[in-house]
Design a binder for this molecule. Sequence first.
Ligand code: ZN
Ligand code: ZN
Length: 421
Amino acid sequence: MTRATDTVLKGLEEIRPWVENLYKDLHTHPELGLREHRTAAKAAEALRADGYEVTEGIGGTGLIGVLRGGEGPTVLLRADMDALPVAEATGLPYASTATAQNADGTSVPVMHACGHDVHVASTLGFARLMARAPDAWHGTVVVLFQPAEEDGVGADAMVADGLVDRSPRPDVVLAQHVLPYPAGYVGIKPGSFLSAADSTKVTLYGRGAHGSMPQHAIDPVVMAAMAVVRLQTVVSRELGAATPAVLTVGSITAGTGPNIIPDRAVLQLNVRTYDEDTRADVRAAVERIVRAEAAASGATRDPEFETLAAFPPTVNDEAPTGTVAAAFTEHFGEQAHTIERQTASEDMSRIPEAFGVPFTYWGIGGTDPAAYEKATAAGRLTSDIPVNHSPHFAPVLQPTLDTGIRALTAATLAWLAAPEG
Ligand code: ZN
Ligand code: ZN
């Protein structure tokens, strides 16, 4: 495996300027979810030039590139393409000044504030190296470029548009994300890695009346207030101390003036959990408490629950995670780490789930190592380090891009390396 990895990576120096320019170009031209037309076209163009069979327009702007190298396993590598409505404040020469129209017609700034441009550029770099070293491996490489990860809908869109029938069936799915660790860092862990995130809108119905005549009202403001207080007990009283979860009511709205009791109140809540059982328990507890508070107030109409966004938990399968961790240790030595569980969320796991195959997902660092060391001197990450989604998020070009390419290569060749002879 080592020899195959080294053989494929021999071409890295030669393609490095191309990868860096591609990254800067993508960074300057970010696109919001489901509108990654330019990004997808760039990816398709590069893949075709490298001899990949390309299928575009899967789930809107999603695409796959397939490179066949004879008999052997199939590895699918996923990169997300979308950017965020954030006004870039990095001051980089290749910073974005792009804007886009929101659904309501207003103009919003657009920035690659989550590093998905790192994922696209390093995956295309990896794809090129694999195409140029056909003797080092056998099997099939599938690179997949996914839209709209940030909204949690892109992976589902590709699956709903027939991904499983339009792609070779992989034996394993791999993915990576740039995170606020020092550039050069790679980290992976088996089991639960990223949280599930569920955002729900709850509408509580009461009965409106004059503020001076509460006896004629069913007051949804009181109902909502009681529900918010009692929802605090879901994590603190219903889950064990070793079960991490977060329940936040981020928005509560009701009423228009001091002397009018409104007829409804709306809560928006966000729940983070790390496994499906806890996720289901918390969901059930939220519903039970909200319904019970409505009943306690004498509401004559049941509360309504609307899902605003639902990200599954990302739970790395043990076997492929062990395989990739060993490949990382072999290739990166001391730069290979066991990463901590993250509170962020991902929809990537919908793809291996659709194929019914295992997956593993790891993190790479993007922060300037000197700045990271300074900021963490106190023993913990401080606000000096811009994290994902910050307007100051600016991964250093290198070794971030090289590390992304090397990680994808070492991991893939753990399945596809030609036997060493
Ligand atoms: Zn993000
Ligand atoms: Zn992201």
